[in-house]
Design a protein. Sequence first.
Length: 451
Amino acid sequence: MTAKVVDYTQSQTTITNYSKTRYISSDIMDQEWNSIWQGTWLLAGLTSDLETPGDYFVFSIGTEQILVSKTSKGTIEAFYNVCQHRGNQLVTSRRGNAKSFRCAYHAWTYDHDGNLKSVPSKDRFKLDPHCENLALRKVHCAYWNGLVFINLAEQTETLESYLGPVADLLEAYHFEEMTLVQDQTVHLDCNWKAVVDNFGELYHVDFLHPQHKRMVDCRNDIVRLFKNGHTGVEVPGATVNPRYPVPEHPTDIQSSQLNSLGLNPDDFKGRVLDIRQAVQKQKKLIDTDLGMNYHRFSDDQLSDVWQYNLFPNAILSFTPEHCWILRPRPHPTDPQRCEFDKISLVKFANSTDPNKDILGPGKTSALLNPSDKTNSERKRPETDVFTYDQVINGEKDMTDTINQDVALLGGVQKGMASKGFDKVFLSDDEVRIQHFHDHLDLQLHKDPPHE
Ligand code: FES
Ligand SMILES: [Fe+2]
């Protein structure tokens, strides 16, 4: 089914059966904590949450919390969120802006660089009345494309080297120019890797997400396999699934794409397979007026949906107009549970001037999201945290596609934990899953970075 696999690793990925143990075992969970979560770059958050000095957010991973802070020098630094007096967790809110970080217990106070600035009754500390060398403990921190990464290892390769060719391939997509519009976290009853696996193949799309046949061609995708366990898939968009007969008229999704670009769906009656190219051409034509920077993108990128999975747990699904950041984080103690974040970003078009008439009289663009507000007028949405059941019973919505995935994952975990199942049995169309697990195994069998 997969049209093309491009392997950047020079080591052929071979499909194997691997045991289900990694999804249910506490021992493996502990090994992962040492080798994966404390040994690789992890996507912690967005630079847009760190615009002015004093801005901070707290990233929770396993049993740790990492405080990420914008310093007065304008740099971004990350620390364990732990007061060096008696170990109280320092910052208790998820994000905000703080003049300094003051511990709630005995008021030890740290600046944005993590330096200890004030200690009540300092002269009573006979061990060292100057309380020196008691700064917050730093962790590696770097950012790329609007995304902040941390690394808990003592020593690490640079983020640039870790990402390798992925960074070059994604160069046109400036996620930092997109605006955060929704921030959700759902508690799932499954191992974090079951979520990564779910976003590691398109094999299930025809069956679990039948609605996708109106918008993407999952038969002619390009799969990319990178060093360090990263993978990518590029799916032709603004088209239909060739597994089914090509419709006479554009589908509802294609029609709304065409309308949003000022094109008439009726002009494509009997020419549904021409729409992808027409969308590419039209985006280039309207580029200057809308400020969408379409000139940066290749023709394929203008119409297609790309999804890149950055090892271990950051899944980016994007077009020039939007990006979903999907991120399963392991539960601190239970291998059969995780927290799954979905962060939605949108690129807003510059112009809303009706006199400009870019798209035709009275036309507004849903696809291009014309902006009615400047970025500074937009309020950052709070993180909405909810349960798996709230998604199942329709109280919470993560979009049809993600709702369908989430609804399924609890059953996958229960099935894998059953005596009736031993090993995962993958097809060639699931090669990205194999590639991810091969790298996971490689990391688990390396010496742990911490003693
Ligand atoms: S534990 Fe933070 S000031 Fe005492
Ligand atoms: Fe899915």
